[in-house]
Design a protein around this ligand. Structure first.
Ligand SMILES: *[C@@H]1O[C@H](CO)[C@@H](O)[C@H](O)[C@H]1NC(C)=O
Ligand SMILES: *[C@@H]1O[C@H](CO)[C@@H](O)[C@H](O)[C@H]1NC(C)=O
Ligand SMILES: *[C@@H]1O[C@H](CO)[C@@H](O)[C@H](O)[C@H]1NC(C)=O
Ligand SMILES: *[C@@H]1O[C@H](CO)[C@@H](O)[C@H](O)[C@H]1NC(C)=O
Ligand SMILES: *[C@@H]1O[C@H](CO)[C@@H](O)[C@H](O)[C@H]1NC(C)=O
Ligand SMILES: *[C@@H]1O[C@H](CO)[C@@H](O)[C@H](O)[C@H]1NC(C)=O
Ligand SMILES: *[C@@H]1O[C@H](CO)[C@@H](O)[C@H](O)[C@H]1NC(C)=O
Ligand SMILES: *[C@H]1O[C@H](CO)[C@@H](O)[C@H](O)[C@H]1NC(C)=O
Ligand SMILES: CC(=O)N[C@H]1CO[C@H](CO)[C@@H](O)[C@@H]1O
Length: 531
């Protein structure tokens, strides 16, 4: 593990990020070394950074390079490849990601960097279902227990929201239940109470797998989710006679230590801080190179470019762990700088704005900007969020490019900042929601196809990024960062007495909204399924 990491770190020193390693001039010459073999010719070195120069949007944008973005993404892909294919919560792939971010930022000398550990319960599983001898694609519902059972499938009446929906014959067998009306948790609890040794919930909308979460610990029957088509197929078979099924759920349930990586520029006003970030964990199913490798690397590349310049306001980076389990890292951080959410606001009020980048390179992208002024979705951020939204909009408009608003639904890491009254904004290029014909007209790409067809899947890899969106949106990050690193015009100081929700309620929501994402244009509650 450690050796692999060292190799990975060595690989990182590759050309793409090397230009940022340039040290300030005036470094004493090294004592003479034995002569080295001639090196292959290198491209000329970029000019030495002029640290006396105040950052400007134009120059920071110029310092953003697609090769750096792709090299960073490849590094994350390698970490996943070397660690079982993912960078999930507390895994080897996530550990490697956070250690690399820490080392890369520390090496600049420009930032004070630390890794912030926190412990949370991790669950994930490998599941399989066979019925009447044929495999049926099935998905895990988070928090469900492990099992390996073979029994008959028994149809449950109605929607299984009431124990009385479960026929006596389900005892010792596997309950087959339709999605709808009540939570997956209620169905799985009722199945257990009725004596079922397993439960299978099938979708009530066509052509969509059913995955999601039971929302928390409970006394559940082992449970998996199926498509509506698979469910109907099983119902037809049951109609024909007894159907034997084998259900296997191999769940991992363990407390895992996770890390946030926090970095703050040494220079700049530390009482008036710009914070930006994205999450560093992937889902268990894949390497997470768009979600949220793109936000992670977009933030990193901007932060490295920034090291060439002088700042007025300090810039703080938040690389969040365990977002996919309910924004646990960002909530942990906000609690830790404030003791408790809703408590003493001294530290919190030093944060003047937060910018969130959770997916900026979706292959079938839209250019989404969080609806800070609430014009589109009637849910605004704290005062100043309107300015943040407008500044992003101007960046695209100046380039003759379209943009669409994205709902603040509290399903990514900005939630902890909104809850604390901190003006917030950011970019979002879309997840599994289908592109509308209107969006295809604006942005090209394919209408009727997901904005990210690999969202939360194995194929969210280095081959499924939009390079155009990636570069453009990172330039957009640079534009806003350069602006706020110099001036807070249009962004009032947050007033902590104007918090949107009580702290514990938002904490609960953080846990409950397991999915972590809201999708452009969808109503609240459309994130990871619980019902
Ligand atoms: C990741 O780091 C945590 C905390 O240091 C450690 O407990 C865990 O074993 C590491 N995971 C792997 C797979 O190395
Ligand atoms: C469950 O069914 C019983 C019997 O039909 C009924 O009395 C009860 O109100 C139902 N409970 C719920 C929550 O629907
Ligand atoms: C039901 O049984 C009949 C006769 O054995 C068979 O032809 C048909 O394919 C079966 N249907 C299903 C859904 O298994
Ligand atoms: C995780 O830690 C909590 C708090 O210490 C403890 O109550 C819980 O039993 C632990 N869970 C597991 C699966 O170890
Ligand atoms: C908040 O905490 C700071 C130190 O972190 C302290 O100086 C200040 O008095 C506290 N304010 C309140 C209202 O407790
Ligand atoms: C906007 O939301 C507020 C509550 O937050 C509500 O009172 C108001 O009617 C809504 N406005 C529109 C136009 O939906
Ligand atoms: C914050 O808002 C409260 C209530 O509106 C007000 O009394 C207070 O003066 C405000 N504080 C600052 C620093 O603006
Ligand atoms: C955060 O707020 C709590 C409650 O007022 C206070 O006890 C704690 O010292 C504060 N922590 C920091 C780091 O300011
Ligand atoms: C959903 C999607 O776009 N998948 C693509 C990911 O990248 C591979 C390799 O380029 C394509 O074959 C997939 O179609």
């Amino acid at each position: 593990m450690r050796v692999a990491l060292l190799i990975a770190l060595a690989a990182l020193a590759a050309p793409a990020l090397a230009q940022y390693d340039a040290k300030p001039s005036g470094k004493p010459a090294k004592p003479s070394k034995p002569p080295k073999p001639p090196k292959p010719s290198k491209p000329p070195k970029p000019p030495k950074p002029d640290h006396s120069k105040l950052v400007s949007p134009k120059e920071l944008i110029k310092a953003i390079d697609l090769d750096d973005l792709l090299a960073g993404s490849q590094q994350l892909q390698t970490f996943a490849d070397e660690n079982g294919g993912n960078r999930a919560f507390g895994s080897g792939g996530h550990n490697a990601t956070t250690e690399w971010l820490y080392q890369t930022l520390k090496k600049t000398g420009y930032y004070d960097v630390y890794k912030q550990p926190f412990v949370e319960l991790f669950t994930a599983a490998t599941v399989s279902l066979t019925a009447a001898g044929a495999p049926v694609p099935a998905e895990y519902l988070t928090y469900g227990p492990s099992a390996k059972v073979t029994a008959n499938l028994v149809k449950v009446n109605n929607l299984g929201c009431n124990v009385s929906d479960f026929p006596a014959g389900v005892s010792g067998q596997i309950a087959l239940i339709s999605r709808g009306t009540c939570t997956f948790a209620i169905k799985a609890t009722n199945a257990k109470a009725a004596g079922a040794v397993g439960a299978v919930i099938y979708n009530n909308v066509p052509l969509q797998s059913l995955s999601g979460t039971l929302g928390g610990e409970g006394d559940y029957a082992p449970v998996v989710g199926l498509t509506q088509e698979a469910g109907n197929g099983l119902l037809a078979k049951i109609g024909n006679g007894t159907v034997s099924a084998s259900l296997s759920v191999e769940a991992i349930r363990e407390n895992r230590t996770n890390y946030n990586v926090i970095a703050e520029s040494k220079q700049g006003d530390h009482n008036n801080v710009l914070m930006l970030g994205g999450h560093t964990d992937s889902v268990f199913a894949g390497p997470g190179i768009n979600d949220d490798g793109s936000g992670t690397i977009g933030t990193l590349v901007t932060a490295l470019a920034l090291t060439k310049f002088k700042l007025k306001n300090a810039v703080r980076l938040g690389f969040w762990g365990a977002e996919e389990f309910g924004k646990l890292g960002s909530f942990h951080y906000m609690k830790s700088i404030n003791g408790t959410l809703g408590g003493n606001s001294t530290e919190v009020s030093k944060l003047r704005a937060y910018l969130n980048f959770d997916m900026i390179a979706s292959p079938n992208y839209v250019l989404g900007i969080y609806d800070g002024d609430g014009n589109a979705f009637n849910f605004s951020g704290p005062a100043g969020s309107n300015t943040i939204e407008r500044d992003f909009e101007i960046f695209y408009e100046e380039r003759g490019l379209p943009h669409v608003p994205a709902l603040f639904s509290l399903r990514s890491d900005y939630a902890a900042f909104l809850e604390n009254g901190i003006p917030s904004g950011g970019l979002f290029t879309g997840a599994e929601v289908l592109k509308t014909p209107e969006e295809a007209q604006l942005f090209g790409g394919e209408a009727g196809k997901p904005l990210d067809g690999c969202y939360h899947q194995k194929c969210d890899d280095i081959n499924n990024l939009s390079h155009d969106a990636y570069l453009l949106n990172t330039q957009s990050i640079a534009n806003s960062v350069a602006k706020y690193a110099v001036s807070w015009e249009g962004i009032p100081r947050p007033n902590a007495t104007h918090r949107k929700r009580s702290a514990e309620k938002s904490r609960f929501m953080a846990r409950f909204d397991q999915g972590g994402h809201e999708h452009h244009g969808q109503p609240c509650g459309a994130g990871k399924n619980v019902v």
